[in-house]
Ligand binder design. Structure first.
Ligand SMILES: [Zn+2]
Length: 124
């Protein structure tokens, strides 16, 4: 396959030079591979895709993974891939969000508990 992007490109989101990332040897026809031997990946931890990826994944999937900007070298197509990099700031906000969600679930459980039918003061 002919490579369209042979020299490390700049990330389209932050203009930092991307790095060569070798992919595992999984065939594209398996539905698991990329159809390329490597990807160009943005290494910048301040890249907007990386920073916003934490919020996206916490809100959509409830985990603390993020996203990194990529360019496929054979097609030049820009996209994103998940990354499991841990960011302490976002992890802290994830833990706080989970505490609030747990409190809200406990409140909801109390509201839906069956009432004591032997309560003489319950007129309903
Ligand atoms: Zn970037």
């Amino acid at each position: 396959m002919t490579l369209m992007v042979k020299i490390a490109p700049k990330c389209p989101h932050c203009d930092v030079t991307m790095v060569h990332y070798d992919l595992p040897p999984i065939a594209f026809s398996d539905g698991l591979g990329w159809g390329a031997k490597f990807l160009w990946v943005c290494p910048n931890e301040e890249c907007p895709i990386f920073r916003k990826g934490y919020n996206h994944n916490i809100n959509q999937y409830g985990n603390t993974a993020s996203l990194r900007s990529i360019i496929e070298p054979d097609s030049g197509l820009a996209s994103v891939v998940p990354t499991l990099s841990l960011d302490p700031e976002h992890f802290k906000s994830f833990v706080e969000l989970r505490k609030v969600q747990k409190k809200n679930l406990e409140k909801a459980d109390k509201l839906t508990e069956p009432k004591d039918t032997n309560d003489p003061y319950d007129l309903e």
